[in-house]
Design a protein around this ligand. Structure first.
Ligand code: ADP
Ligand code: MG
Ligand code: MG
Length: 874
């Protein structure tokens, strides 16, 4: 069996598509060799050998050895030097490289083959003793620390000590004799710290085998395992080992080493981007010991090398048809390529590169659409901290909802409302221990939200994400004194109306006002979205409750509203007063009166939405949350309500107590409200239809879809639908108009999914409310998982948070069944999804696979959903 693949001299046994077997580095070294790009010759030991190594109790299998010997012989022949030749030694590097890049996680050993004897040969042959000893001391350091597990610091200290003794600052200022002395000290360190103690190995074959073992060992090293866990890298055989002839960037001022990207990885601009260092080796560029020069300087310092690099840049891009991340070394004016791979990039760069490469004819539109990961669009969709800003963060919390926001601090939702009343244009930043539904008015007015407690699924986090509002939660360093209206963060005192800035993408918190920049869908971004739409079959709608959100979503390409949550409309201004009047009413008449006061507001809201969505469907969900969410739970709040409404506080208390629930999620909410109080549903249906009629009369094209939440049995739906339909028909006939409208339901109670065939006898559309459906199917309250969910994810009890990505194995079955059974009864049943999941790429792909008509997500996730839907269709 073949375990070793050679490359070099313009040929190679491997190629780029053999990454699983040769690792990314090995496969691409082979490919570059074949392309005639100058690559030092070498060979790759396969990842299969790594797997065997571990099965074989950490021993390289016997039948691999002869192939390694043969590989070395080929390199020796190509270079014309022999490993261990005392007069003119071949030196090699031993490099790790798995199928997926794990930067810096595994080991690399350079200059292998140097011994006490051959270092003299190298010095004489190159006429450069300084270089020879520098190479040797680096080798001892790397071999000692990676193959033998010695502390790299031991060698670092010896180097610093030497520099201090000689009174110099830079490594490059040490002389050949200094370095020769340093080699002696390094070898002493090696002897002193190896156990069992032994001398630095003087047989290059022995060095090589130990180094190969070390690379295999690093695959299971702590760093590498941790990295794979975090990056969710699974199912790889192991690392390959690349043994490659050394070239030297540390041979003087006509030598050097560098790393570069074929395009700017931050902006995507088509410019050569990178750094290099003269007279340096290996990781010196990234290690930050000396400040590297920008690649453009190379044009002046080594014009021929620069031109050659430009040609290779072009060649690599034409060949790989993607932006490359490259490593190179120049030895005495001769250029060698040491690595190439597809470069990591920001979302902004990903979009620009995909679109420009399509325009340049490197890739087609379909490839461009597939090239950009939907999540990376987040980068383009958020107000971001101005990249030119210089401020430093003072604390870091949990990044709960991305984007940056700067604003004046308020410590309560009321204060937010107050500040907004007085200074409507002031940016507000709401800072609280935690938030609750009573805070939504203030939250809505805030540019950003910062809490000292809570996790990614806390109220603040979920609401903020839904609105695309930057949010940082669980910022332990933040200590709030609500009474005194001030807070302290890491010793900084923040008073009410002081500015702070949060970055919900990173979780960073800044004192003061850091400038931000707003997102727009223009240029390459807009182009890529148009291309995506050519392939997409799923429609994309948005979850929006205000005309502003609706308009924004349309700018991002939303084709309708999939979920308007009417309860959000009842918290503002006078409305909450009328709402409370309604809830506290003793009689149906009193309730109807309060509802009548709410009607014009609600109607106006819907008019705004219909206008913003002219020509598109608008799904409006009837009141969903339990009524007690609209009443204050504390004494002072209840007193205030009593005063406002002119009723005894006792009465408020009584009602709150009466409405109190052990499990509000499973209580008196959703369709259960209008079953008991039909007048609530009547008011909302009337508001919807009257708004539709008003708009239709003015030529607005309206498509209302009335959605009844939390249906568990078809009987519930039947009762409510009949009533709603009768009212709609009455209003339409009074107006003498006919407007197409639908009455449908959310599928969010598992029983509704199980009996979808029955539910569909009444429902004219289904919208899967996957938040509740997940809660009820998994028996997990979304608001109460913060304590154990991290552990659950860590132990892989759930692979992903089921509230972020649909639990396909469980909840997915209910959805699949719901779609199938629903369409059994009503073949043209319109079906969509309106949970948080509508903006999650994997969930979108799932929705496509079960045959939904649309997904609906928050405005800022609309472009993600469009791209994810296109990719799901391809
Ligand atoms: P990583 O995977 O961590 O990037 P590499 O195997 O790429 O590790 O090695 C790190 C660096 O060592 C390379 O960027 C290159 O500068 C240097 N290097 C590796 N092999 C050679 C070689 N044969 N000749 C010269 N330098 C080398
Ligand atoms: Mg590398
Ligand atoms: Mg619900």
């Amino acid at each position: 069996k073949k375990f070793v693949y050679s490359f070099g001299g313009g040929v190679a046994e491997g190629k780029a598509d053999m990454k699983a077997l040769l690792g990314g580095k090995g496969a691409n070294l082979a490919e570059m060799s074949m392309l005639g790009i100058p690559v030092p010759p070498g060979f790759t030991i396969t990842t299969e050998v790594c797997a065997e190594y571990y099965k074989n109790d950490r021993h390289i299998p016997e039948d691999v050895i002869p192939q390694i010997v043969e590989g070395i012989a080929k390199v020796e022949a190509l270079v014309g030097k022999k490993l261990g030749d005392p007069a003119d030694p071949l030196l090699v590097s031993v490099r790790s490289g798995a199928a997926l890049s794990m930067p810096g996680m595994m080991n690399t050993i350079l200059n292998l083959g140097l011994t006490d004897e051959s270092v003299e040969g190298l010095a004489a042959k190159t006429n450069n003793p300084r270089f020879a000893y520098d190479s040797y001391r680096r080798f001892i350091d790397m071999f000692g620390s990676t193959a033998m597990g010695l502390e790299h610091e031991l060698f670092e200290h010896a180097l610093s000590a030497m520099k201090t003794e000689r009174g110099v600052k830079l490594d490059t200022e040490l002389t050949a004799d200094d370095l020769k002395e340093l080699v002696i000290r390094y070898k002493a360190i090696y002897r002193a710290h190896t156990s069992p103690s032994h001398d630095f190995p003087q047989d290059p074959k022995d060095q090589l085998m130990k180094a190969i073992n070390a690379v295999f060992n690093s695959w299971m090293g702590k760093k590498a395992r941790e990295y794979r866990r975090i990056e969710k890298i699974e199912g790889l055989l192991g690392t390959a080992v690349n043994v490659q002839a050394m070239v030297f960037g540390n041979m003087g001022n006509n030598s050097g080493t560098g790393v570069a990207f074929t395009r700017d990885p931050n902006t995507g601009e088509n410019v050569f981007y990178g750094d290099y260092l003269i007279n340096a080796q290996g990781e010196d560029v990234v290690a930050g010991i000396r400040t590297p020069e920008p690649i453009s300087r190379l044009q002046e310092e080594m014009p021929q090398v620069y031109d050659q690099l430009l040609a290779i840049r072009e060649k690599l891009e034409r060949h790989y048809k993607d932006m490359q991340d490259i490593e190179f070394t120049v030895q005495e004016g001769v250029l060698y390529m040491l690595q190439t791979r597809n470069g990591k990039r920001t979302g902004t760069a990903a979009v620009r590169i995909a679109v420009e490469m399509a325009r340049e004819g490197l890739i087609d539109h379909q490839t461009a659409v597939q090239r950009v990961s939907p999540d990376s669009l987040n980068h383009l969709l958020l107000p971001r901290l101005d990249p030119k800003a210089k401020e430093r963060p003072v604390a870091r919390g949990i990044a709960a909802s991305p984007g940056a926001a700067a604003g004046k601090v308020v410590f309560s939702a009321e204060d937010a409302v107050h500040l907004h009343d007085v200074h409507p244009s002031d940016p507000i930043l709401l800072v609280r221990k935690e938030t609750s539904p009573e805070d939504v008015a203030g939250m809505n007015l805030a540019r950003g939200i910062l809490t000292s407690t809570g996790g990614k699924a806390s109220h603040a986090a979920v609401v903020a994400r839904g609105w695309g509002k930057p949010c940082v939660v669980g910022c332990d360093a933040l200590v709030i004194d609500e009474e005194a209206k001030q807070a302290s963060i890491q010793g900084h005192i923040v008073r009410e109306h002081d500015f702070i800035t949060i970055d919900g993408t990173t979780g960073d918190v800044y004192i003061g006002k850091v400038p931000t920049v707003d997102p727009e869908m223009t240029g390459d971004f807009a182009t890529l979205m148009e291309w995506a739409d050519e392939y997409r079959t799923l429609k994309v709608r948005t979850n929006a409750d205000t005309p502003r959100d609706a308009r924004r979503a349309r700018e991002f390409g939303a084709e309708g509203i999939g979920l308007c949550r009417t309860e959000h409309m009842f918290f503002e201004d006078q409305r909450i007063v009328d709402m409370r009047k309604m809830i506290l009413a003793d009689t149906t008449e009193a309730r109807v009166k309060a509802l009548n006061d709410l009607l014009p507001h609600q109607r106006a809201d819907f008019i705004g939405l219909f206008e913003a969505m002219d020509g598109c469907p608008v799904t409006i969900r009837l009141l969903d949350p339990p009524l007690h969410e609209f009443l204050p739970h504390d004494d002072s709040g209840q007193l205030e309500v009593a005063k406002q409404l002119g009723i005894p506080v006792e009465k408020v208390r009584q009602r709150v107590a009466q409405l109190h629930e052990q499990n509000p999620m499973l209580g008196f909410r959703g369709c259960r409200l209008p079953i008991l109080y039909p007048e609530i549903g009547d008011m909302q249906v009337r508001a919807i239809m009257e708004a539709a009629i008003d708009c239709a009369k003015r030529g607005v094209s309206v498509h209302p879809e009335i959605m009844i939440p939390l249906i568990g049995t078809v009987e519930e739906l039947k009762i409510l639908k009949e009533r709603a339909q009768a009212l709609c028909e009455q209003l339409l006939s009074e107006a003498g108009l006919s407007i197409p409208y639908l009455i449908g339901t959310m599928i969010e109670v598992p029983r509704a999914a199980l009996t979808a065939d029955e539910v569909a006898t009444e429902a004219e559309f289904f919208s899967f409310g996957t938040n509740d459906l997940t809660q009820m199917t998994l028996g997990l309250s979304r608001d109460d998982i913060t304590l154990f969910m991290p552990t659950y994810l860590e132990k892989k009890i759930y692979k992903i948070d089921p509230f972020q990505s649909i639990d396909i194995a469980g909840v997915g079955q209910l959805i699949e069944m719901g779609v199938r059974k629903g369409r059994q009864t009503r073949p043209n049943l319109k079906i969509g999804i309106c949970g948080e999941h509508g903006g999650d790429p994997d969930s979108v792909a799932f929705c496509q696979s079960v045959g939904m008509d649309y997904v609906s997500c928050s405005p800022f996730r609309v472009p993600l959903a469009r791209l994810a839907a296109a990719q799901a269709a391809l």
